[in-house]
Write a protein that binds this ligand. Sequence first.
Ligand SMILES: [Zn+2]
Length: 152
Amino acid sequence: MKCPYCNFEDTKVVESRCAEDGLKVRRRRECENCLKRFTTYEAVEQLPIIVVKRDNSRERFDRKKILFGLMRACEKRAVSMAEIEAMVQSVESILQNSLDREVKSSFIGDLSMEALRRKDEVAYIRFASVYRQFKDVKAFMDELKNFLDERK
Ligand SMILES: [Zn+2]
C-alpha cells in the first residue's frame, strides 16, 4: 500500500479493527518514510449470485425472497425470527461457497425446504405445497407420504 502523502511504497499497519460484523477490516497504517498515518478498508469480495428461474430468465439473488418465503411458511408457528434468519444464512452460505455463480431457483427452493424440514413440520409442508405447486391432491399426498416415510 503506497503512502498517499509521499508515495513511498512501504507502510506498516499500526492498528487493525473489524467493522460491520467482521466483513470489513479497518487498518491504520503508518508510512515508513514520512511517518504520516492513514486508514484503509479491506472487504471480502462478494460476488453476485445469479438465479436461473424456471423459464430460464435470470435475476440477481435476493436473500429477502427466501426470508419472506420462510416467514410466510412459519406464520403462527413456534419458530423465532432468529431461527428463520439462521435458515436463510445457511442457504445463502451454501450458495456463496459454491463456485457456480449461477444457480437454479429450484435448487434454492430445495435448500430452503430442507432447512424447514428440520425445524418445523407444518411450516415445511406449507412451504412445499406453495413451492412445488402441487397439481392435485395426489401429488401433495405423495410428497407428504415421502416425508412421513423418511421420518421413520
Ligand atoms: Zn509517506
